[in-house]
Ligand binder design. Structure first.
Ligand SMILES: [Zn+2]
Ligand SMILES: [Zn+2]
Length: 282
């Protein structure tokens, strides 16, 4: 199985592979710019080459680009949707340039409610696929949300409704984040919970479209809607929950990427990936 972390690109995109190696990661996630900013930095051809060379010489098999925090493709405000579309296009182009395995984003939120949010997400995402299809056809990956406030895409039903409206389906895929599932109210602790979830996902979307797992324990309880990630085994999902997730046959081919709290000390930070590797083997 492939395991890894969200890693830093401070000092240049290619720097992420050094950190990945220290952490023993075979799948990583990165930001391609500051996640708090609308501007996406220009990346030269030389930097792209550096990235590709560093990747070739690294044990990393999969690279996922995570979008900045700002885009809201579901917003009720047309101006914010347009800004989001532009930002997502810029990041998707860059993700394609570095040959990433996907561009991962959240569906956003809508003050007017679920139906309008879903309808807007469909319009924005279809447009994003159109704008990138000829030259930058990176896989566009929707991540499930933790579900606070008016967030869109926290239930499999909502993701399924968006999926139904997407035209060029081969351009899209999904990430399921275990913490978001859990705090949004979808239990993932027992084998029974997990097979019910996967059966629903398969029915409404299709399991072959599930591309990545974000492996995060949850600091807050089931259904709390509070998105705070915990280290593996230190949260409400717990060791047994992750063991069951790692042994769910239908997830075994997917990269499990950690977005858990880090100390900056590799000795401490290695614990989560070691826990996943250990649980997968036992
Ligand atoms: Zn996530
Ligand atoms: Zn989260």
């Amino acid at each position: 199985m492939l395991f890894g972390y969200h890693v830093s690109t401070a000092g240049g995109l290619h720097k992420c592979f050094a950190e990945a190696e220290v952490l023993g990661a075979t799948a990583i996630q990165i930001f391609v710019g500051s996640p708090q900013m609308w501007a996406t930095p220009a990346v030269s051809d030389k930097e792209v080459e550096k990235f590709k060379t560093a990747w070739k010489n690294s044990p990393v098999k999969k690279v996922l680009v995570h979008s900045a925090y700002l885009p809201n493709p579901s917003s009720h405000k047309a101006s914010l949707r347009n800004l989001s579309l532009k930002k997502m296009k810029d990041e998707a182009k860059l993700a394609y340039a570095i040959q990433a395995d996907g561009y991962n984003f959240h569906c956003g939120s809508n003050q007017e409610g679920e139906n309008e949010g879903i309808a807007n997400a469909i319009i924005t995402l279809n447009r994003l696929a159109e704008l990138t299809n000829d030259k930058w056809p990176v896989k566009l990956i929707l991540e499930n949300d933790a579900g606070a406030g008016n967030r869109i895409g926290d239930t499999i039903e909502e993701l399924g409704a968006i999926w139904k409206g997407l035209k060029n389906k081969k351009r899209f895929g999904f990430t399921l984040d275990t913490c978001h599932l859990f705090v949004s109210g979808i239990d993932v602790r027992t084998k029974k919970d997990i097979s019910a979830l996967l059966a629903k996902f398969d029915k409404l979307i299709g399991l072959k479209h599930l591309e990545f797992i974000h492996a995060n324990d949850a600091l807050f309880p089931l259904g709390s809607k509070k998105d705070r990630h915990a280290n593996i085994g230190k949260g409400e999902i717990g060791i047994e929950g992750f063991k069951n997730l790692l042994h769910a046959g239908k997830l075994k081919h997917l990269p499990f990427i950690l977005e858990t709290p880090r100390t900056g000390d590799p000795k401490q930070d290695l614990k989560d990936i070691r826990a996943l590797k250990h649980l997968a083997q036992n």
